[in-house]
Design a protein around this ligand. Structure first.
Ligand code: HPA
Length: 265
């Protein structure tokens, strides 16, 4: 028996988060910052992704951070796992149904900028969907023509910037380009991405922002930089390297998020 929205509301016992965070792989530390966590394994939730990059499915956790009720989606499905850009739709629809209005996405990404080394944190100001797909393909309502002019919410971005300033952490701003993965980019693709105006490359987040905007959620997103883009240094990229580096910028991002959450929603 899958847990229904009514059962979740009952278990929340009056807790009514208006903000939700999606944690990228290697950025799970924020779950430990949740006070009085109430956990819902993905296996028990209808339509939630059943496998993840780290090998286990993940969980929806509710609780408070910095005094603010929050949901955290720890673990996400990537397009490259099954070729389904829509994989996170049931999860985001559930959050919407539970009253969420603000969505913060996190990811790890490759830097295209010499002044943004591994360990940096970048707030997305915009994105380029270079995957050739879109999670709204097949959606039949006219809502599929979702406007993306203000995909990243000004107020939420302002709260993240203020939090970073207050905590004295450098928060870069830039454009994230979504490649489908799972192979990393070639040096030529990285040169192209730089020419086209991207500051970072990654394999997630964009479909969720598109779905979030489709559902009427206000969105913000941050990347933890784990490596320079292919060809920018002499060395080959590896998943191990990105996993190793994620917690370093992840700690910085966590500090920013804990502060910002208090000021959003
Ligand atoms: N490319 C794509 N996705 C990534 C990278 C990268 O260099 N680093 C972390 N995620």
């Amino acid at each position: 028996m899958k847990t229904t929205i009514d059962t979740i509301i009952e278990k929340l016992d009056g807790l009514a988060p208006r903000i939700a965070l999606v944690l990228g792989s290697g950025l799970g530390g924020l779950v430990d910052a949740i006070e009085d966590p109430i956990r819902f394994p993905y296996e028990e939730l209808e339509g939630f992704p059943v496998s993840g990059v780290s090998g286990h499915a993940g969980e929806l956790v509710a609780g408070t951070i910095n005094g603010k009720p929050v949901f955290i989606l720890s673990g996400r499905a990537h397009y490259y796992e099954h070729g389904n850009a829509n994989a996170m739709r049931p999860a985001l629809e559930l959050l919407k149904g539970l009253g969420v209005e603000h969505l913060i996405l996190t990811n790890s990404a490759g830097s295209l900028r010499d002044d943004m080394p591994p360990g940096s944190v970048m707030m997305l100001t915009d994105h380029i969907n270079f995957s050739g797909t879109n999670p709204l393909i097949g959606e039949e309502t006219d809502d599929r023509f979702t406007g993306m002019t203000s995909a990243y919410d000004t107020q939420m971005c302002g709260a993240l910037e203020s939090a970073a300033t207050e905590k004295d952490i450098a928060l870069h701003k830039g454009v994230y380009m979504w490649f489908s993965g799972p192979s990393f980019e070639t040096p030529a693709e990285i040169r192209m991405a730089r020419t086209l105006g991207a500051d970072a490359v990654g394999m997630s987040t964009v479909p969720e922002v598109i779905l979030g905007r489709f559902l009427g959620l206000k969105c913000a997103a941050c990347s933890v930089i784990t490596n320079y883009g292919a060809g920018m240094t002499g060395s080959e990229l590896s998943h191990e390297e990105t996993k190793e580096m994620a917690p370093i910028g992840g700690k910085r991002l966590q500090t920013i998020l804990v502060k910002a959450i208090g000021d959003i929603a």
